[in-house]
Design a protein around this ligand. Structure first.
Ligand code: GLC
Length: 568
């Protein structure tokens, strides 16, 4: 049985005064200048799957409004809603056909305004998802663009002649399979689409596109939106000469030759647009979050902008790529992001990534591991973005056969690529039918684990993953050291236990995470932090079995967490 130790434990340990730890982060953080989004906990909502108020099997905005109190109690300060604009729903909203309306499946502009005002009453801000790279092929801009080569919006998209009969302009590939070019017989030219053919890329080299898109942000800022998550920013620009991408060895999951996407991804012009978008955001005190897939820390750094004038919150996806409970790997990634000069943004899962419960769980200690991961990304210096359901220990529910798949990439890539349905299943509100999400059959099935992992059941259980998240988020809001404190890694050569201090003025919080399935003994040398001997007061702990503390040693049960305040 897991035993929880809440505020009750007072451990008095004299910690040894030994050699200083290597590589401590000493960079001061100026707490005075922090903005709201730096102290906020963000929560990502996939609206199709969060709460269905009209019982049609698909979630909606009213459903979200009805659940604001739940989010408030959880400790959420801002919600990012994935696209809820009118859309043919080929890519479930990431194919927008009108940027300034709400899709009727989700409600009306009135429902949206109500969500903003109800959110405001509870101190919860609303962030929208801005699909900047492409529109739907049903957007009026594209319908006009494809009508003739001289149409007013023709140059709003990327059109080219083929290389020859049945030959696309170059070898660029769509992320979602096949070529990135689609032939349009009406005007006998190809148009470019990095994602599905139903998602034609906008031509950001055209100033009219830039203006129209900036106006979209202004429109929503005026409606009370606190910022945007910018979708797919890497692919805004393409090489003017459409140079073929170099081939790489091997094939991808669709069986196509791999290519180095140097001519259609991460072009320097992206940063010009981000700087301009930021200017508009600054006029409205808004925050920009980026979907920034980067291969190294230098690439990530660029998204903050040389003068901190691009994205305030580029997401660190390299963190999600540490796909095992590996203290050395996490340590390395945290140190890199923490030292990058910008404000770190931590995520462990989202609507495109297999849920963390499956990625880190060992099948036996999954709940303990879910709490361990929570304790990691919610105690680091930076802003966490929590994907809905992570706080319950929701798991992926992947389609069992190709016929069940809803996400087109799963249909195309089956069985190697099963698509993203698994991580997008309905929020689990209760152990009732359809997990309390809807009275109708939900658009995606709920997994059997919804019987145990749901809000109603977990609320009653002080040992649940949900109870742990709630305690942890409360702590995060109370403790200045967790919000503003420096990140100081400890015991950097420990392969099993990840430990660090968060230090702010004279307050220090110690976080100890046993990432192994065996009991671990740890001792700390805190003299370099000014502690000759310390009192350790546990603020939050999830320690299966009992905690044993000797003079200078902590015993940690498998996958246990200790968050403790230090005092001299
Ligand atoms: C982003 C979204 C993803 C979508 C794609 C195309 O990667 O997160 O869900 O399919 O952009 O818009």
């Amino acid at each position: 049985m897991f035993k929880k130790l809440w505020f009750a434990i007072l451990l008095v340990l004299s910690l040894s005064v030994a050699a200083p730890h290597a590589g401590a982060q000493r960079k001061a953080v100026d707490a005075e200048g922090h903005e709201w989004w730096q102290h906020a906990v963000f929560y990502e909502i996939y609206p199709r799957s969060f709460a269905d108020s009209n019982n049609d099997g698909v979630g909606d905005l009213k459903g979200i409004t009805e659940r604001l109190d739940y989010l408030k109690e959880l400790g959420v300060d801002a919600i990012w809603i994935t696209p809820c604009f009118p859309s043919p729903q080929v890519d479930f909203g990431y194919d927008v056909s009108d940027y300034e309306q709400i899709d009727p499946i989700y409600g009306t502009l009135g429902d949206f305004d109500r969500l903003v005002s109800e959110g405001r009453k509870r101190g919860i801000k609303i962030i929208l998802d801005f699909v900047v790279n492409h529109t739907s092929d049903q957007h009026k801009w594209f319908l006009d663009a494809k009508s003739s080569r001289t149409a007013a919006h023709r140059d709003w998209y990327v059109w080219r002649d083929g290389k020859g009969p049945n030959q696309p302009p170059n070898n660029w590939l769509s992320l979602f399979g096949l070529s990135a070019w689609k032939f349009d017989p009406t005007t006998s030219q190809y148009y470019y689409h990095y994602f599905y053919p139903e998602q034609p890329d906008l031509n950001w080299r055209n100033p009219a596109v830039e203006k129209a898109m900036f106006d979209v942000t202004r429109y929503w800022y005026k409606r009370g939106v606190a910022g945007f998550r910018l979708d797919a920013v890497d692919t805004l620009f393409e090489d003017r000469k459409l140079t073929d991408n170099p081939l790489l060895p091997g094939t991808d999951k669709f069986g196509r030759p791999k290519t180095d996407e140097k001519y259609n991804k991460k072009l320097p012009e992206v940063h010009d647009v981000l700087r301009k978008l930021r200017k508009v955001a600054d006029e409205h005190g808004a925050v920009l979050i980026g979907e920034t897939w980067t291969s190294d820390i230098n690439e990530l750094k660029e998204y903050y902008g040389e003068h901190g004038n691009e994205l305030q919150m580029p997401m660190d996806f390299m963190f999600t790529e540490v796909n095992k409970l590996s203290p050395p790997d996490f340590r390395k990634q945290i140190a890199a992001v923490d030292g990058a000069g910008g404000w770190p943004v931590y995520v462990i899962s989202n609507h495109d990534i297999v849920r963390s419960y499956n990625r880190y769980g060992d099948g036996v200690h999954n709940d303990a591991i879910a709490k361990l991961m929570a304790a990691l990304y919610l105690t680091l210096r930076g802003t966490p973005i929590l994907y809905y359901g992570e706080e319950l220990g929701m798991e992926n529910n992947d389609p069992k056969s190709k016929d069940e798949v809803k996400d087109p990439i799963g249909k195309l890539g089956w069985p190697l690529e099963k698509g993203r349905d698994g991580e997008r299943t309905p929020m689990q509100w209760s152990d009732g039918p359809n997990a309390g999400f809807s009275k109708a059959t939900p658009w995606l099935p709920v997994p059997p684990s919804a019987k145990t992992h749901n809000v109603a059941t977990e609320k009653k259980d002080p040992n649940s993953v949900l109870s742990f998240y709630r305690q942890l988020l409360a702590l995060r809001h109370q403790q200045a050291a967790l919000l503003d404190g420096k990140y100081i890694p400890l015991n950097e050569d420990d392969p099993n236990v990840l430990s660090y201090l968060r230090q702010y003025k004279d307050e220090s919080i110690l976080v100890v995470l046993n990432m192994s399935g065996t009991e671990q003994k740890v001792r700390f040398s805190l003299a370099p932090q000014g502690f000759a001997s310390v009192k350790l007061t546990a603020l939050l702990a999830d320690l299966p079995g009992s905690i044993q503390a000797s003079a200078d040693q902590l015993s940690l049960a498998p996958f246990s967490v200790l968050i403790a305040k230090l005092s001299k």
